[in-house]
Design a protein around this ligand. Structure first.
Ligand code: BGC
Length: 754
């Protein structure tokens, strides 16, 4: 590591012009260099699920990049709920980055899936911040363990592609803190990413890359982020405002224009040079970190990474439905299997845009099924439809006759090109008509239909799922996904993915339906923190498959929940223990999910929220005893009134199970915490004053002491004035309400307010 003092020397030696030049890119994919002082550029590369290293780092292009392993996309990885696995994927991404000379990999993406329509949902992990945060942190730890920086993106509230460069995401602070910032917060505070990428959109009216509240107040001052903030590519409108707000690096290069504006601003006294120095120091620190890697870069082990990609895809697939245990198929059985759907032969394994990887190889499910099938298993393949989305009567007829002649039909369906993409959102969540027609026709001639899905954003299944006895949601599962699907279909692997995003019955049911995508200038997050299952559960509306759902070829039973509370207030810890037993025939993995709901709260809160989870492998007839600890923050809400996280003492319902709507174990715990006092002013209402633990009784006494007033004697009258600010009541009583020393009263009340 270059000494801090050494960085200070370099800073000292740089001219203002050189310093300013370092704060924007030196090319499309690299930082600027200052040859005179031996400051070299560092390469920044997409991300997030594979290394998209362009041979020409100077010029912007999305053309074919150097071969790299295409791991499952975040939509898949998020469904693995497997922290260890994501660490391993991160390590492999880090190793490939190092081998390719990359200093910072641009990922992971931890934005919340606010609406299923977001074109980039395939690059994001979940609708829930605990999953996004924990899995995002695992990826960061893995990447950085190889001496490569991660760039957590897109900070923040970048939840749609429509109008992404101009739109202002308008959300109240509580919604931001509890949903849209919480995942970033977890990554920053537990995994110390080298960089954070500021997003294109505005947050409450201010561009994220120029948003001081976001980049300095929250990210650095509150969360203690000590790394570098870079902009998304082209996200800076005003480089001076950006640097002043806490941005350190504008990407990509601007041909010197931004540097010139920074220099002018310093010379004109509009920007302090110290602010530039701070950003340059952070850039030099990043370069330092990049050159102080713990181990020498070697060749990437593509064969090993391909095997890891296959395992990751296996862990991520979600078995949504499996009537009469139609799956797994027996590869040694004497049977005929009709494999139908072009996606079986031409895998759909990643989305489009900046994350597109030039895969080292691609395995098709069709080949993998052939490899696994025993000698007595007869197989046919019919594409069924054209990838262009057009129906072809001959292909349809061929598929139907193959299905009619088979014992089982495995039908591969998925989203067409252009649905899972950066730069635009979907208009609907349906599979193409041509595919649904194919499925219906196949189901008419064969009862044993298994559907395998390939999609990044969720698709609506309600209108067609009756045609399938099993549905395996494979997601966009990377270059080795084909092998994973074959393993799962034939029971060589046991499905263990769980939905990290609810599958709604219909688009109209989704939380942001009326607010998305806004009017081009503003998108209101009017549904507030009721995102994903928080919304469906609050409204108690049916969904196709709930958050957390996923079947296995075995079964699990839950028992013996013990819950105990230690400490109080901020020190409170809820300790849980429970037993999970594999009651089925084969080994399998269960994702044990812990949800918490506040039984009685002074504010509106979700019915339950995921707070902890663990994936555990259990052999048949064996049990595992698991323990979890919940901390004060897991029980708290973000209070807009207090401007901080607040734990209200009282009862909390803790529920544990295998999905957000299958929670066999429940316990109520009582967590003690000091009474929550609201800061009082003369503008506070009578009701707020009366609710205050110490000021309330004093005021009540004064009211009761008012001579001849119904206010003191009739509770109904008192309730009527509860919404009146105290400052208004005093003159209205004509001086009869005697609160002498009101100043001291206020001071005393407020000194007790945390
Ligand atoms: C994307 C980022 C990406 C960057 C560089 C932008 O368009 O939003 O996710 O890292 O381009 O390719």
């Amino acid at each position: 590591m270059r000494e801090e003092a050494r960085i200070a020397d370099v800073l000292e030696a740089l001219t203002l012009e050189e310093k300013a030049s370092l704060l924007s890119g030196g090319g499309a994919w690299e930082t600027a260099a200052v040859e005179r002082l031996g400051i070299e550029s560092a390469v920044l590369t997409d991300g997030p699920h594979g290394v998209r290293r362009q041979a020409d780092a100077e010029h912007f292009s999305l053309d074919a990049s150097m071969p790299a392993t295409c791991f499952p996309t975040a939509a898949a990885l998020g469904s693995s709920w497997d922290v260890g696995l994501l660490t391993e994927v991160g390590e492999a991404l880090g190793a490939e980055s190092r081998a390719a000379g990359v200093a910072v990999l641009l990922g992971p993406g931890v934005n919340i899936k606010r609406t299923p329509l977001c074109g980039r949902n395939f690059e994001y992990l979940s609708e829930d911040p605990v999953i996004s945060g924990q899995l995002g942190a695992a990826l960061v730890r893995g990447i950085q363990s190889r001496g490569v920086g991660a760039s957590v993106k897109h900070f923040a509230a970048n939840n749609q592609e429509t109008g992404r460069m101009q739109i202002s995401s308008e959300a109240d602070e509580r919604t931001l803190r509890e949903i849209y910032l919480a995942g970033f917060e977890h990554v920053v505070t537990t995994a110390a990413p080298w960089t954070v990428m500021a997003s294109y959109n505005k947050v409450n009216g201010v561009h994220a890359a120029q948003n001081r509240w976001l980049l300095t107040r929250v990210l650095r001052e509150e969360w203690g982020f000590d790394g570098l903030v870079m902009s998304d590519w082209g996200a800076v409108w005003d480089p001076v405002a950006a640097v002043a707000a806490g941005l350190d690096l504008e990407m990509p290069a601007t041909g010197g224009a931004s540097a010139a504006r920074l220099v002018d601003a310093v010379k004109a006294g509009r920007l302090e040079e110290a602010v530039i120095d701070q950003a340059v120091t952070r850039l030099l620190t990043l370069l330092d970190r990049a050159t102080a890697a713990p181990e020498p870069a070697g060749e990437a082990d593509f064969a090993r990474h391909h095997a890891l990609a296959r395992r990751a895809a296996t862990e991520s697939a979600v078995l949504l439905k499996n009537e009469d245990a139609i799956l797994p198929l027996d590869p040694a059985a004497r049977m005929t299997l009709a494999v139908i759907g072009e996606f079986a032969r031409t895998p759909k394994f990643q989305g489009a845009g900046s994350s597109q990887v030039n895969a080292t190889r691609v395995d098709s499910a069709l080949d993998a099924i052939r490899d696994l099938a025993g000698e007595r298993l007869q197989m046919s393949f019919s594409p069924g439809f054209l990838l262009s989305g057009e129906g072809d009567p001959a292909l349809l007829a061929e598929a139907v006759s193959a299905a009619a002649a088979a014992d089982t039909a495995a039908v591969f369906l998925g989203l067409p090109d252009g649905a899972d993409t950066e730069g635009s959102d979907r208009q609907h969540i349906d599979l193409p008509d041509v595919q649904i027609r194919l499925l219906r026709a196949v189901a008419e001639v064969n009862r044993n239909v298994v559907v395998v899905l390939a999609n990044g954003g969720v698709v609506q299944v309600a209108t067609w799922e009756r045609h399938a006895r099993a549905i395996l949601e494979g997601w966009l599962n990377g270059q080795a996904g084909g092998g994973a699907i074959a393993d799962l279909l034939f029971g060589r692997a046991n499905p263990c993915g769980r939905l990290a995003e609810t599958i709604p019955l219909r688009l109209q049911d989704t939380p942001a339906y009326l607010n998305f995508p806004g009017d081009g200038a503003v998108v209101s997050y009017g549904e507030r923190f009721y995102v994903g299952y928080r919304y469906y559960d609050a409204k108690d509306i049916p969904v196709s498959y709930p958050f957390g759902h996923g079947l296995s070829y075995t079964a699990f039973a839950y028992s013996g929940l013990a819950a105990a509370v230690d400490g109080e207030g901020e020190e409170a810890v809820v300790r849980l223990e429970l037993t999970v037993t594999n009651t089925g025939p084969v080994a399998g993995k269960e994702v044990v999910q812990v949800y918490v709901g506040d039984v009685a709260s002074s504010v509106d809160r979700p019915v339950r929220e995921l707070k902890a989870f663990a994936k555990v492998e259990i052999a048949p007839a064996q049990s595992a005893r698991l323990s979890f600890e919940l901390r004060a923050r897991d029980l708290s809400f973000f209070s807009s009134v207090h401007g901080r996280w607040v734990l209200e003492g009282g009862d909390f319902e803790v529920s544990v199970g295998g999905s957000s709507r299958d929670l066999p174990l429940t316990a109520t715990v009582t967590v003690p915490a000091p009474a929550l006092a609201t800061p009082l002013t003369l503008a506070s209402t009578i009701g707020e004053w009366l609710a205050h633990p110490t000021a309330g009784p004093v005021l009540l006494q004064a009211i009761r002491a008012m001579p001849g007033s119904a206010l003191g004697s009739d509770p109904t009258v008192l309730r009527m004035v509860e919404s009146l600010p105290l400052g208004h009541l005093i003159p209205m009583t004509g001086g009869r309400l005697d609160i002498t020393g009101i100043g001291q009263f206020l001071d005393q009340a407020n000194s007790e307010t945390g």
